[in-house]
Design a protein. Structure first.
Length: 161
């Protein structure tokens, strides 16, 4: 999806700097999280894998760590594909949300989250990660522009033949 050009170059540049910094920060955070899945926080992440997941907890941690490394790297390097990457990152955050819910419901202590309050606060932040991914990559704006174009096309009178 391409975004429509609006405003002058200076205003676009000012608008895009916060998004660029947000995208780079999110990419770095995902990269670090992925590395920590595979190294120093591996056991802590294993404790968060819900019991109902049929795969081995270590395999889930390794696979999610690899996914985070790939997604973080994509956010940092694939500017041209940022909209698609943004949707994939947002979907990833939605996909791992049940693990965070499980940690809350089962009262699993991990990463210093040792109370219902701290685990609940973490749950509240998960949707913000989804919004961050969509905002920082312009995915939400691209989707809105696509919908607007689609409704303009649908609203045009059809010529009769």
């Amino acid at each position: 999806m391409t975004l429509p050009e609006t405003g002058n170059a200076a205003s676009r540049s000012r608008r895009s700097l916060p998004r660029l910094l947000g995208r780079l920060a999110l990419g770095a955070a995902l990269l670090l999280a992925g590395i920590s899945h595979l190294t120093f926080n591996r056991e802590a992440f294993q404790a968060q894998v819900p019991a109902w997941v049929l795969l081995d907890a270590d395999l889930v941690v390794v696979l999610s760590g690899i996914a985070e490394i790939i997604l973080g790297t994509a956010l940092l390097t694939l500017h041209r594909w940022r909209v698609l990457v943004g949707w994939v990152v947002a979907a990833f955050f939605v996909a791992i949300f049940p693990g965070n819910v499980s940690q809350f419901v089962t009262a699993t202590d991990s990463f210093g989250l040792n109370s219902d309050l701290s685990r609940g606060i973490r749950l509240a932040f998960q949707p913000l990660l989804v919004l961050w991914a969509l905002w920082a990559t312009d995915a939400w704006r691209a989707w809105r522009a696509w919908r607007a174009r689609r409704s303009r096309v649908a609203a045009r009178p059809q010529s009769h033949r």
